[in-house]
Design a protein around this ligand. Structure first.
Ligand SMILES: Cc1ncc(COP(=O)(O)O)c(C=O)c1O
Length: 391
């Protein structure tokens, strides 16, 4: 099968399938265009569908065994695509990356300990810290004239000097589409080593990196402190988030045991027969689909920039180095996100409000998910532009 433009252009009808992105009537009226939740509207790799059907046809859905082949599929993919060598002992399976973020906070820090995040960032980073009674330390990313975001290392170090226990990094960074470089990651890792903090890196967007850039996993750096934690999943990459399976990697057995124990006492269990089947198929057979997807998304990202420049010349789009998400500053038109969200709803388009990523830093920003067929994207952008201009 060819994973070309025609494949990814095919519309996918998801309405009425109990789909969070399409069927949530609080976000989107019927017939609306969703460009919000980070879930893509492409036909999944047929190799995944085939594996799931085959598994479903066997009428026994009892407790599964996490097979050697299942672990080898994850290890093989990470070696092949990201030059990271892992062993099964260094891996912990989880239902989702968010459960991993929460586990890191709960298992590796004590109440009131400081946890540092760099904002704006994916909403659950805030919740993971606040819900567990830890102290949130926010270091805002710095934005340059080209709207590119940078880590404020001076501020990070100033905070760490005062006793941060855990640093949580999003790499690549949702929502600002930044691909952190080897040097930037090394600096963060060195700071964690110097000040004795755990480093937890959410690499769920690792496969959405646009050429000529290349992803650097925290696990690929030399000399990282052994307590470094990496979290990832096939869920975003292959659009199988509904299957609920993710992984945590860590080379320090004591840290991994703390996390495993936390999962156990919280009653968090992984190992759903369909998730195991779908993930193994994705990591084993999905390379050609993924390569085709990245070509398509690379062209779509230009469509986002060009279309917004034409329809909203005063909007500013952050350079998209990674992810299928565009961070758009529309504050020249409207700064109030409640008003923006209401107007999007009236124009039957759904985007994620910038405030989900930081109440203050996100004001006047909206996030566009361009992981969908181009016709849907163009229709959504037209409606978005009208909503912004209040037409
Ligand atoms: C940075 C980041 N981490 C985690 C998640 C959610 O992952 P999961 O469904 O595995 O919890 C998302 C989803 O948008 C995300 O963007």
């Amino acid at each position: 099968m060819m994973f070309d433009q025609a494949f990814f252009d095919k519309p996918l009808h998801r309405q009425g399938t109990d789909c969070a992105k399409w069927d949530n009537r609080e976000m989107l009226p019927k017939g609306g265009v969703p460009l919000w939740v980070a879930d893509m509207d492409f036909h999944c790799d047929p190799a995944i569908t085939k594996a799931l059907i085959q598994r479903a046809e066997h009428p026994a859905y009892g407790y599964p065994l996490v097979s050697k082949a299942s672990n080898e599929a994850v290890i093989g993919f990470w070696q092949r695509r990201h030059q990271v060598s892992l062993t099964p002992e260094e891996m912990l399976m989880m239902p989702s990356v968010v459960s991993g973020l929460r586990a890191c906070v709960a298992a590796l820090t004590q109440p009131e300990d400081k946890v540092l995040i760099m904002t704006p960032v994916y909403g659950p980073f805030f919740a993971a810290v606040k819900d567990s009674g830890r102290t949130l330390v926010e270091v805002p990313l710095k934005r340059d004239e080209e709207s590119r975001y940078h880590i404020d290392f001076e501020q990070v170090e100033a905070q760490m000097r005062q006793g941060v226990k855990l640093v949580m990094v999003c790499s690549p960074h949702n929502p600002v589409s930044r691909l952190w470089s080897w040097e930037e990651l090394q600096r963060i890792s060195d700071l964690c080593a110097a000040y004795g903090a755990y480093l937890a890196v959410d690499e769920i967007h690792c496969d959405f990196v646009f050429k000529p850039n290349a992803f650097t996993s925290i696990m690929a750096l030399e000399g990282i402190p052994p307590q470094t934690i990496c979290m990832t999943a096939a869920s975003k990459t292959f659009n199988i988030a509904g299957l609920k399976q993710a992984y945590l990697f860590c080379r320090d057995m004591e840290t991994l045991q703390k996390l495993r124990r936390h999962m156990e006492v919280s009653g968090v269990e992984s190992g759903n027969v369909f998730a195991l089947t779908g993930t193994q198929a994705a990591y084993t057979h999905g390379d050609a689909w993924l390569d085709g997807l990245m070509e398509y998304l690379s062209a779509s990202r230009q469509v986002v920039v060009d279309t917004l420049l034409r329809l909203l010349p005063e909007a500013r789009v952050t350079p998209i180095e990674a992810t299928f998400l565009a961070w758009v500053d529309v504050s020249a038109y409207e700064k109030d996100n409640d008003a923006l969200m209401r107007r999007c709803y009236s124009n039957a388009v759904a985007l994620t409000s910038g405030t989900f990523f930081g109440k203050e830093m996100g004001q006047g920003f909206m996030r566009v998910n361009f992981g969908c067929p181009r016709a849907q994207l163009l229709e959504g952008l037209e409606r978005f532009a009208q909503a912004v201009k209040n037409q």
